[in-house]
Ligand binder design. Structure first.
Ligand code: FE2
Length: 115
């Protein structure tokens, strides 16, 4: 059992590179790129510090939002899937993209970027 605090509120980290290891394990890392004239959004957990991926402690889901509107959701299984997802979108430049991830022990974490 982890001795990390149980978190119930949304954790929003704005400076992931400067965050502590606990935040680095849980905060979505967002990258974007061109894919045939559209935008590919890659969201990964554990970019800086790996998050556990075991049946008793894992990332249960990742959601991608355009502004406040959910546009993609991925439900993940521990062990069989890494907490890394991608989706291709057709959104305007300047759109705020948010990613949210849910750890079964440590709650909800969010990050955002602007296209
Ligand atoms: Fe966790």
């Amino acid at each position: 059992m982890s001795d990390a605090p149980i978190l119930s509120a949304l954790n929003h980290v704005t400076d992931l590179a400067g965050a502590d290891d606990f935040a680095k394990k849980h905060t979505p890392f967002i990258q974007t790129g061109d894919e045939d004239g559209k935008t590919r959004i890659d969201v990964a957990l554990g970019h800086y510090v790996a998050h556990p991926n075991q049946p008793d402690h894992f990332i249960q889901w990742i959601e991608v939002l355009a502004g406040d509107n959910p546009i993609a959701r991925f439900d993940l299984s521990p062990v069989a899937t890494d907490p890394k997802v991608s989706v291709v979108v057709d959104l305007d430049a300047g759109t705020t993209v948010r990613a949210m991830a849910y750890c079964n022990l440590h709650g909800l974490w969010a990050a955002e970027t602007v296209l």
